[in-house]
Design a protein around this ligand. Structure first.
Ligand SMILES: Cc1cc2nc3c(=O)[nH]c(=O)nc-3n(C[C@H](O)[C@H](O)[C@H](O)COP(=O)(O)O)c2cc1C
Length: 225
């Protein structure tokens, strides 16, 4: 860990890239930073190429949701959110997703820093590099109110409805985005230019009304893609 970012004062309401720390990767990855920094949803990025798949980037919303600060979070595996009553079979489901490099969406009991338990609708999704090799995992955490169990369902229904309105081509592109593919690979898969994919991506962001790529991945997985 480089430590230099860790010592920075943290100003929660300031929207700048400084708040995002990427460590443990060879180079700071602008694309990874951009992926989560604008998301209102608590999000992390982990690096499976490092021992124990530690978190290398975290956004403000994650700190706010969990009560942990980035100095604690960065460099740690995300299992610190699990605790006594966390359902082991759900942890196993995430573990399997990580192993098989597939997206998983589970509602699992987690704990905040102060010990409060919360229902976490967590998405864990693989992100591949240009060569098609696993590079990162995206994690995004939504607190589900235990008294309103339909919130997760409502999110899914909304996601399904939004995806339904897309064109066939847009849905195809979104499917690849949900699987963690970058523009270059998607272009290759669909036999289109990278520029065309970029254009689709920005149209999709607008149509799906999502502020970041992380939210787009989440919406696609919620829609069952
Ligand atoms: C990006 C990412 C985000 C994760 N987020 C959570 C989370 O919010 N809550 C949770 O209980 N586990 C989460 N996990 C799962 C744990 O980090 C870990 O993979 C899981 O506990 C299984 O591994 P273990 O048996 O070694 O603990 C996440 C994993 C990844 C890769």
């Amino acid at each position: 860990m480089s430590g230099s970012h860790d010592n920075m004062d943290h100003k929660p309401n300031q929207n700048s890239t400084e708040q995002l720390v990427i460590e443990g990767s060879d180079r700071p990855k602008a694309s990874v930073m951009a992926l989560i920094e604008k998301s209102p949803i608590a999000s992390v990025v982990s690096n499976p190429r490092l021992p124990d798949n530690p978190i290398v980037a975290v956004n403000d919303a994650f700190e706010v949701l969990t009560g942990y600060d980035r100095a604690f979070i960065i460099g740690r595996n995300c299992r610190f959110l699990a605790g006594e009553a966390t359902e082991p079979w759900l942890t196993e489901e995430i573990r399997r997703g990580v192993q098989q490099q597939k997206s998983v969406l589970v509602e699992i009991l987690n704990y905040k820093k102060d010990g409060t338990a919360f229902q976490n609708a967590v998405l864990v999704a693989p992100l591949f590099d240009d060569a098609g090799e696993l590079e990162y995992f995206l994690g995004s955490q939504v607190e589900i109110d235990a008294d309103v169990p339909s919130l997760a369902k409502a999110r899914r229904m909304r996601a399904v409805a939004m995806v339904k309105d897309l064109s066939k081509r847009q849905r195809e592109v979104l499917q690849f985005i949900a699987r963690g593919l970058l523009n270059k690979q998607i272009a290759h898969e669909l036999g289109l230019s990278e520029r065309t994919i970029k254009m689709h991506r920005s149209i999709l962001m607008k149509r799906l009304d999502v502020p970041s790529a992380a939210d787009m991945v989440r919406l696609a997985v919620e829609a069952g893609m």
